[in-house]
Write a protein that binds this ligand. Sequence first.
Ligand SMILES: [Zn+2]
Length: 283
Amino acid sequence: MLTVGLRAGPLAEPVPAPTPLPTATPLPIATMPPSPTPAPTETAVLAPSPASGAAGRTVCIDPGHGGADRGNVRLDEDGQILLQEKDFTLPHSLMLADRLRAAGIDVVMTRTTDAEVNPDNTDLNNDGTVAPAGGEARSNQLDDLQARINICNQAGADILVSVHYNGAENAFLQGYEVWYNGDRPFSENSALLARLMHTELGNQYAAAGYDAFDKGIGIEAHALTGPARPGSLVPSEMPGIIVEGLFLSNDDDAAFVVTDAAAPALVTAYEQAILNYFAELTG
Ligand SMILES: [Zn+2]
């Protein structure tokens, strides 16, 4: 367990305003020549907005962990919890959901409260095994993952975005990374989304004044975005990525994560990457 105290972070740089949401360009109102007869009513047609490729799409946001499952935890010298992953994944996901909805995107979330997604440890994938009675539901358990996958699948989501923060026993590990699965029929789309997300994370951290370490893009075999496991998992049916924002176990990363600049930077990165993804699909 980590017992490293959180050291004071550098003074935060001024926070740049989050990128404003694209809005429809107002059309100039045509000036009608004076006429004794009533002019026919013109129906205004909105110009295509930069986010027009996104309107009507459905995004499944998966805030990692929740409830008894704290995710990665950073402890102080006395073993008290300083930072826990679930406290960041949910608020950031809710903020992201608001931003996406404002862009005309339908959002479904695997959870909207600090709760487990499969709190009763139901055998959702019908493999005959469940988490130990009374044990904590953990988001690396197949039933928990199946619960999250089912929500995204039932919504017919276009993409799945899983929001996480990293942690490691090696407190020197730091930075951001994006994962996708390379063995799906839609892996090219997942790779595109991963690249856009990776780029935006770098952009937004830099804009927020944090020189985050780039751990790159990884190809993973995580069950959340991976292929079917016969008899044990119904897979997600859409392109997906798992984003590890920063390492809570690293002093520099943790010092940034607790600043006011962190949430806007993270959420803007997710938002911009998703909008860019749909824009690229639309051409
Ligand atoms: Zn996590």
